[in-house]
Design a protein around this ligand. Structure first.
Ligand SMILES: [Zn+2]
Length: 726
């Protein structure tokens, strides 16, 4: 679509969107119009249509629309998405249009369907204590011989550990799904008992404090099929060990998913994030398979007599068991490099060209994160391995497994780039892998940092507007959970299953909190904190207190007030903002009231805030501190401001209202930064009976410099009952 046709097109856009919102159904002819809406923007503009589908479903969430739209397809069997861009219709026959969805905020209803819950869900959880054990595992040597047709393996794991008490006589390990046949110590059989979930071994003699021993455990399983729901995970989640048969979308593939407690399904272990050990993975499999695991390749050879391949990997830096991984299959292995660091993209045969394109940002990202964190990439190589059945990735050390959709063709990449996912999992190689967490209570030390990395990389790669949109999306995601599910402290020992900690508080809220801290202390100081924390805790686990101590050491200041309100207490500020202009005194008054419900422990916040005051002479930024429930700030200003901007930079995590005149909103609509312009669209949407507002939104829908603002304006126009002045 050429630009000169844009005005004709806007009329079509309006008609089309009105049709959708008025009827909720349209014909396939209308679908073509809907697809052309996005052509108006020159790329995916953000109109997502949901089509009823007679059968089948997406099993995973797919971000669409330039990858940063926030629009997602969920595993709802009733819907399939047909995407926007005229040349990027993916799949499926269009049926009845269900609804049209655009910006992240519009996803509220869809997400609520997925995340049904109630405020009691958090309060009724158990309080956990750190899991104790009186031995410390030093090394696992895991050897498995795999038999694909019978979904079976024979295993032998040698565990080297030291006693942490004076007289250790028994060792209890996590063991699920497989049956233990033997336990030996220096060739002598030991008595053992395997009960549900646990393997108790009688050592036959007492080990002294610090004394080391190596136990060799033989075990096997036939027709393995882990019921993940029984272990606190979603039903479709491939916890533990998987033999995946060939399907229309994937080749046969064998893989592990250890997060969060999957290791115990393929090797006996102390399967908890607090225990770090080095490990070797030795896999015997059919000769045409490639096998990848953590660390460095030791050997890969086919036995000429048996025709079986044995591949031996070694991870010489300690790791918690949930970061161990093994994948075997007939992947194509694409090689790349970052300096001397070998990179591999392991993808399905036939996907090579798209995969080369999709993973191409990886070396640049490694360089970006090395600069950002001040620490070199911590491992000897980095593999990204495509597996079926996951919507995101799992950051197993030096070998991330990642969703199939990451591999996209050039057209799909325009609509939904996987860069954020690649960046997130890569950032984990420092956050979560190089430095882990002592217990699930502290998992924000991994996930919040990886989520923040998505924003930082977008900022570096795509610029301020796109990055602001990512941050806004993270806020929306958290606020959605806070409104519909629960609020909880980010750091808490209340969970029934570890997986419950991996919610939007840990990811999105934590990421936004880190960004507020970065804004508070400056980019440079924040970078110093990250580097110091990584170096102080390298190749081991840490706690939230360790992070606080690093902050104190680096900054020399006490930021406990900040972390206390954002990490240790639940909720977020809810702010009512208003302003008045005294034309006699030439004084601008801005009043801010904190109205959040404090019954569940949400505090009165102490907030650094930037106010932007724009007059005909230009903009001045005032830094203020809100530290009580209600406060009025007064500023001498030479003339009545054209715009008063609350939270300049859009740093704060907040719900808020700020009542403004239509004149000020119209000024903001054309003069503010992207998030502010989008906010102005939302406010003006309530005043659409004013022809001047309609005209302004049509103008913005057509000509705003940023696609997300155009999209928001078009959505606003489309939501109207009628249009008096198109
Ligand atoms: Zn993550």
């Amino acid at each position: 679509m050429k630009k000169s046709d844009a005005s004709i097109f806007l009329a079509i856009v309006v008609v089309t969107v009105l049709t959708l919102s008025a009827c909720g159904r349209t014909t396939e002819t209308d679908n073509q119009l809907a697809l052309e809406i996005s052509a108006l923007d020159g790329h995916a503009a953000g109109h997502v249509l949901w089509y009823r589908q007679p059968a089948g479903s997406w099993n995973e969430a797919l971000p669409v629309g330039n990858g940063r739209m926030g629009a997602m397809v969920f595993g709802d069997p009733d819907f399939e998405r047909i995407q926007l861009n005229e040349d990027s219709v993916w799949a499926g026959e269009a049926r009845d249009v269900k609804l049209s969805i655009g910006t992240p905020a519009d996803l509220t209803e869809m997400r609520r369907l997925i995340d049904e819950g109630d405020l009691e869900a958090f309060r009724s959880r158990r309080e956990q204590q750190l899991r104790s054990h009186d031995f410390d595992v030093k090394h696992y040597r895991i050897a498995l011989s795999l038999d694909e047709p019978t979904r079976s393996f024979d295993g032998e794991t040698a565990i080297t550990f030291s006693s942490t008490i004076d007289d250790l006589s028994k060792v209890t390990l996590d063991a699920e799904s497989f049956t233990v046949q033997s336990v030996t110590y220096q060739g002598t059989p030991l008595a053992f008992t395997q009960r549900e979930g646990g393997l108790e071994i009688d050592l036959d003699r007492d080990l002294a404090l610090g004394e080391e021993a190596t136990l060799t455990i033989g075990y096997s399983v036939t027709n393995i099929d882990v019921d993940s729901a029984r272990f606190g995970m979603g039903e479709g989640y491939d916890l533990g060990f998987n033999f995946k048969p060939e399907s229309p979308t994937n080749p046969p593939i064998i893989f592990t998913l250890n997060f969060p407690e999957g290791a115990r399904h393929w090797f006996p272990s102390f399967d908890h994030p607090s225990d770090w050990a080095t490990h070797e993975t030795i896999i015997e499999v059919r000769d045409d398979y490639r096998v990848v695991a953590n660390g460095a390749l030791v050997s890969d050879a086919v036995d000429s007599e048996t025709g079986r391949r044995t591949v031996h990997w070694s991870q010489t830096k300690p790791q918690p068991t949930y970061l161990y991984v093994m994948v075997a299959g007939n992947h194509s292995v694409l090689e790349d490099k970052y300096g001397d660091l070998p990179l591999h993209y392991r993808v399905y045969p036939g996907d090579e060209a798209d995969a080369r394109l999709s993973f191409s940002p990886t070396p640049g990202m490694i360089g970006f994160f090395e600069d950002l964190y001040g620490v070199e990439f911590p491992w000897v190589k980095y593999d990204q391995i495509v597996i079926p059945g996951i919507g995101g990735g799992a950051e197993s050390t030096s070998a991330t497994v990642i969703a199939e959709w990451t591999v996209s063709n050039a057209t799909e990449l325009k609509d939904r780039s996987p860069d954020w996912l690649i960046a997130h999992e890569l950032a984990h190689q420092w956050w979560g892998d190089m430095v882990g967490y002592e217990d699930w209570e502290h998992v924000w030390l991994s996930e919040s940092f990886a989520t923040h990395a998505e924003y930082l990389y977008a900022s570096h790669d795509l610029g301020a507007d796109e990055a602001a949109l990512v941050l806004d999306e993270h806020k929306v995601d958290y606020l959605e959970e806070a409104r519909t599910k629960f609020i909880r402290p980010i750091v808490t020992n209340k969970w029934n299953r570890p997986n419950e900690m991996f919610d939007r508080h840990t990811y999105e809220k934590g990421g936004v909190v880190l960004n507020m801290f970065r804004e508070l202390v400056s980019e440079d100081v924040f970078g110093e904190v990250l580097q110091a924390f990584l170096e102080a805790n390298a190749y081991g686990n840490a706690t939230t207190t360790d992070f606080f101590e690093t902050v104190q050491q680096v900054t020399g200041e006490d930021y406990s007030w900040f972390f206390d309100q954002w990490l240790l207490k639940p909720g977020h500020p809810v702010l009512d903002v208003s302003h008045t202009w005294d034309s006699q005194q030439k004084v601008l008054s801005v009043t801010i009231e904190q109205t959040q419900d404090r019954k569940l422990g949400t505090p009165v916040y102490r907030l650094p805030i930037k106010l932007g005051i724009t007059t005909t002479a230009g903009k001045t930024i005032e830094s203020i501190w809100l530290d009580r429930e209600l406060k009025t700030f007064r500023f001498d200003v030479a003339e009545e401001p054209l715009m008063v901007r609350f939270d300049e930079g859009d740093v704060l995590l907040k719900e808020w209202t700020f009542s403004k005149s239509t004149a000020e909103l119209l000024y903001q609509l054309s003069h503010d930064k992207a998030i502010g312009r989008m906010w102005a669209v939302g406010e003006l949407q309530e005043r659409m009976d004013d022809p001047a507002v309609q005209a302004a939104l049509v103008e913005v829908g057509q000509h705003d410099a940023f696609w997300a603002v155009r999209d928001k304006a078009i959505q606003a126009i489309g939501a109207m009952e009628s249009l008096t002045s198109p």
